[in-house]
Design a protein around this ligand. Sequence first.
Ligand SMILES: [Zn+2]
Length: 187
Amino acid sequence: MGMFDTIYFDKPYYCPKCRTRIDSTQTKAFEQTLANFYMTDCVSHAEEIRVVKEELFCNKCSEFTGQYVYIAVFRGILVGVADSLIEARYMLNDMNLEKLLLWYHDLYKNYDKKVRENESILRFMRNVVEWFEQGRHVKKKGKKAGIDHIVFLFDREYLKKAKDPLDAIKRFLAARQKEKKERDVFE
Ligand SMILES: [Zn+2]
């Protein structure tokens, strides 16, 4: 079995046989890295302008549906999914610099968010190692707060109550989950 990427649709399709919702299609047209792509994501190289044809697969029927989608890629960016080649070409013709710039802004914002998330996870991991290697979890209370508090500033709340590294990780993950839930309410 080869590798593929998954492209998620903005609007779902439905299996013509059983009416099961089809939210995505697999494709081997791009990098084939088992990546998940959504509309306006960057799927391939900047010089690529093309339409990729894929047959929809129904997971419930476990077979191809005979229904095709046409995925429009402009300058390596997923522009949209159409029911016909003509419609997909129209999507490509409709692209302009203004649209691309706005999308680029959104992409960059998302990228920046991911980088920050990644950094905070790395920092947390480093802090967990230091905290427990230095035996801070067993140190007596009443010691003067100093520079250490700044070093562990962002992760102190997970570290100070944790009895071991596993406990610290669980607290960190729980806080992330809570943040995500709160974000989802607003989005
Ligand atoms: Zn089906």
